[in-house]
Ligand binder design. Structure first.
Ligand code: UD1
Length: 421
């Protein structure tokens, strides 16, 4: 199994280019099912999750061509067959469920393995299903699979109990081909929702309000939908991760192809800690030569502090003066990295949904395991400042979400290599 070996090598310095957003490209690829015309998506990141989504699209009969050199994917869903997404695929990537909305809308039927529990909590899909039901689908749960069927989909008013990103996206995609108007209230407001709405509008969808808590979708017919050429937004979590990498190594990084507006809470927290941040024309410069102080963090849906940055920020807080408190409110079990960070010498205690981080603990390299994507990134950051070698296993989690991570880190001075054990 491949592993990362990391050794401390001082401050990271130089320029790093951010790739297209994982959480934007996956729903947009799924949304291509809605139209029979060719969709070309550019700025595709090179990720395992993108490969899994390609497999899913091919399994419903889509013609998919991916060119990682040009960072382009072309998807044509001329004819679509009914999908039975097997457990083997859904297990690899929870976002497989994003295929449900568009497929239900296009073929009137979809069957997919229930995602079940995963390392960061139970993550049910009840809100997605409630939305489909409101649009007229019948739902059946049997033998670990969920099946949705509808002869006719009709728009409705749907209130989400929680602004779930996936549920908002799935309902939005399904509603594009439903009759009449669908209104999603208490919708998620993430930039990836706006990117999906822009994509859907570019193929002929009629969506207003994406980026606010109320989204209105006027249904259109399949004949009205066209093809498109669409560019994905930069990945705000990759941006945030490199910002924290600069801070944790007390370095100086220029992060290119970044949208500062999308990482406002990360910028605010880093500034509060004493890190210098300057923004100009799609670049963010992060300089961490001053003393870095402790801070408290509470994760929240956008525009709050992103849960996907919690683990990486925790690594930073192990290295600063003082005690910090982190409260995770989005997922109920997203502290798998704490055991591993403590094995490297950190002093972090869990109290229910809070984690208390006692700072200024010198970290030591150790053999650790990436339990999920962002937990893995937090361990890579810890490896950059730990004394001696850090060996990270189960790195496939990290490769699900970071495009050319080793190459990008090495270019700015990190001592990291991937070995095949
Ligand atoms: C997306 C992101 C993920 C990020 C998360 C929160 C993608 C591919 N993934 O995941 O990186 O961490 O948003 O920002 O975009 N919930 C329910 N019922 C549902 C749906 C969700 O109870 O039907 C709960 C979940 O268990 C979780 C919370 O809502 O506790 C947030 O989940 P959600 O916003 O749906 O996240 P994802 O779309 O899965």
């Amino acid at each position: 199994m491949p592993k990362y070996i990391i050794e401390r090598n001082g401050p990271l310095k130089g320029e790093v280019e951010i790739s297209g957003s994982k959480n934007a490209v996956l729903p947009i690829m799924a949304a291509s099912i809605l139209t029979s015309k060719k969709c070309i998506i550019t700025e595709i990141p090179k990720l395992r999750d993108v490969d899994v989504m390609c497999q899913l699209l091919k399994s419903v009969g889509a013609e998919v061509h991916i060119d990682y050199i040009k960072k382009e994917i072309s998807i044509t869903c001329d004819t679509v067959s009914e999908l039975e997404a097997p457990y083997e695929l859904v297990k690899q990537m929870r976002a497989s469920n994003l295929i449900m909305g568009p497929l239900l809308a296009r073929t009137g039927k979809v069957k997919i393995a229930m995602p079940g529990g995963c390392a960061i909590g139970a993550r049910p899909i009840d809100l997605h299903l409630k939305g489909f039901q409101a649009l007229g689908a019948e739902i059946e749960l049997e033998h670990g699979y969920v099946e949705a069927r509808a002869d006719r989909l009709v728009g409705d008013k749907i209130y989400l109990d929680f602004p779930s990103v996936g549920a908002t996206e799935n309902i939005m995609m399904c509603a594009v081909l439903s009759e009449g108007t669908t209104t999603i209230e208490n919708a998620a407001e993430e930039p990836e929702i706006v990117d999906l709405a822009n994509f859907l509008n570019s193929i002929g969808g009629k969506i207003k309000g994406a980026g606010t808590d109320t989204i209105k979708i006027e249904g259109v017919s399949e004949r009205e939908l066209t093809g498109t050429r669409y560019t994905i937004i930069p990945d705000r979590i990759e941006t945030g991760t490199f910002m924290v990498a600069a801070a944790v190594t007390r370095g100086d990084l220029i992060i290119k192809n970044a949208i500062a507006d999308h990482v406002k809470p990360v910028i605010a927290k880093l500034k509060e800690c004493g890190v210098e941040i300057t923004e100009s024309d799609g670049n963010i410069r992060v300089t961490a030569y001053n003393e870095i102080k402790a801070t408290d963090i509470k994760t929240l849906p956008y525009p709050g502090f992103p849960t996907d940055m919690q683990a990486q920020f925790m690594t930073l807080l192990t290295s600063v003066n003082g005690t910090s408190i982190i409260i995770e409110t989005v997922f109920e079990n997203r502290y798998m990295h704490i055991g591993e960070l403590n094995r490297m010498g950190a002093n972090i205690k869990i109290e229910g949904r809070s984690a208390v981080v006692s700072g200024k603990q010198p970290l030591e390299g150790a053999q650790v395991t990436a339990t999920d994507l962002r937990a893995g990134a937090a361990l890579v950051l810890a490896g950059l400042i730990a004394e001696g070698a850090t060996e990270i296993s189960d790195i496939y989690h990290i490769e699900r979400g970071y495009s050319e991570f080793v190459e990008k880190l090495s270019k700015v001075g990190a001592k990291i290599k991937k070995i095949d054990d």
